[in-house]
Design a protein around this ligand. Structure first.
Ligand SMILES: Cc1cc2nc3c(=O)[nH]c(=O)nc-3n(C[C@H](O)[C@H](O)[C@H](O)COP(=O)(O)OP(=O)(O)OC[C@H]3O[C@@H](n4cnc5c(N)ncnc54)[C@H](O)[C@@H]3O)c2cc1C
Length: 184
C-alpha cells in the first residue's frame, strides 16, 4: 500500500485526522492495534471543547453531535461544602459540548467507511522505518508480518497515540516535530 500519510492509533484523533486528510484528497492509512468493537466499547470522554467540535464539523462528522449533544456554559466544583461555578462562556466566550466519546468515535468510523477510508485493526508491532530517507511502516497481525506501507515522498507519519488531537506529533524529514496546539 502506498499512501501520503501513515497514522498510528485509531482513537478519535487518528480517525478525525484521517477524515480531514481524506476530505483534502490526501491519501492515508490508520493503523490501530485493537479491534473496532474494543475501540467503540471504551468509555471515556464526554465533554468536548469548542475547538474540537469545530473540527468535527469541518470533518463533516458533527451532525449527530449537534443534534444530540448538550451545550453547557460552565461547570461546578464542589469545594468544602460550597459549589463554585466556573463560567466557561463568560470567561472564554465559548461553550462545551456534552457528547460521549463512544458516540463521537462511532460517527468518525461511519464517516471513514462512507469514504472507503483505510483503517487497519489488530495491527501490532507497528514500526516506522527510514524516517529521513524513504519512509515506510511495518506491522504484524496475529504475530504474522503484513505488507509494508510506503509513505510517498512528501508524506508524513503521524502518531496520535498519547498526544490527542490538539497536539499531534509528526515525524517528518526534520525529525520529531509538534504539529499543532498544546498538549492534552
Ligand atoms: C475515563 C476517561 C475520561 C475522559 N474524559 C474526558 C472528557 O470528559 N473530556 C475530554 O476532552 N477528554 C476526556 N478524556 C480524554 C480523552 O478520552 C482522550 O483525550 C482521547 O481519548 C484522546 O484520543 P486519542 O485518539 O488521542 O487517544 P486514544 O483514544 O487513546 O487513542 C489512541 C489509539 O491508539 C491505539 N494505539 C496505542 N498504541 C498503539 C500502537 N503502538 N500501535 C497501534 N495503535 C496503537 C490505541 O489502541 C487507541 O485506540 C477522558 C479519558 C478517560 C480515560
Amino acid at each position: 500500500m502506498r499512501v501520503k500519510v501513515g497514522i498510528i492509533g485509531g482513537g478519535p484523533s487518528g480517525l478525525l485526522l484521517s477524515q480531514l486528510l481524506d476530505l483534502k484528497g490526501i491519501s492515508n492509512v490508520v493503523l490501530e492495534r485493537r479491534t473496532r468493537d474494543y475501540v467503540l466499547g471504551r468509555i471515556r470522554a464526554g465533554v468536548l471543547e469548542h475547538g474540537f467540535c469545530e473540527l468535527m464539523r469541518e470533518a463533516k462528522c458533527g451532525e449527530r453531535m449537534d443534534a444530540e449533544g448538550e451545550l453547557h456554559d460552565g461547570f461546578f466544583i464542589a469545594d468544602q461544602g460550597a459549589m463554585r461555578r466556573v463560567d466557561l462562556k463568560g470567561l472564554t466566550g465559548e461553550q462545551v459540548m456534552v457528547y460521549g466519546q463512544t458516540e463521537l468515535t462511532r460517527d468518525l468510523y461511519e464517516a471513514r467507511e462512507a469514504m472507503l477510508g483505510n483503517v487497519i485493526h489488530k495491527a501490532e508491532d507497528v514500526t516506522p522505518h527510514d524516517m529521513t530517507g524513504a519512509p515506510y511502516i511495518t506491522y504484524t497481525v496475529g504475530g504474522r508480518p503484513r505488507g509494508w506501507i510506503v509513505i510517498s515522498s512528501s508524506g508524513l507519519m503521524v502518531s496520535t497515540v498519547f498526544h490527542g488531537v490538539r497536539s499531534l506529533k509528526l515525524w517528518s524529514m526534520n525529525g520529531f516535530t509538534r504539529l499543532a496546539g498544546s498538549g492534552c
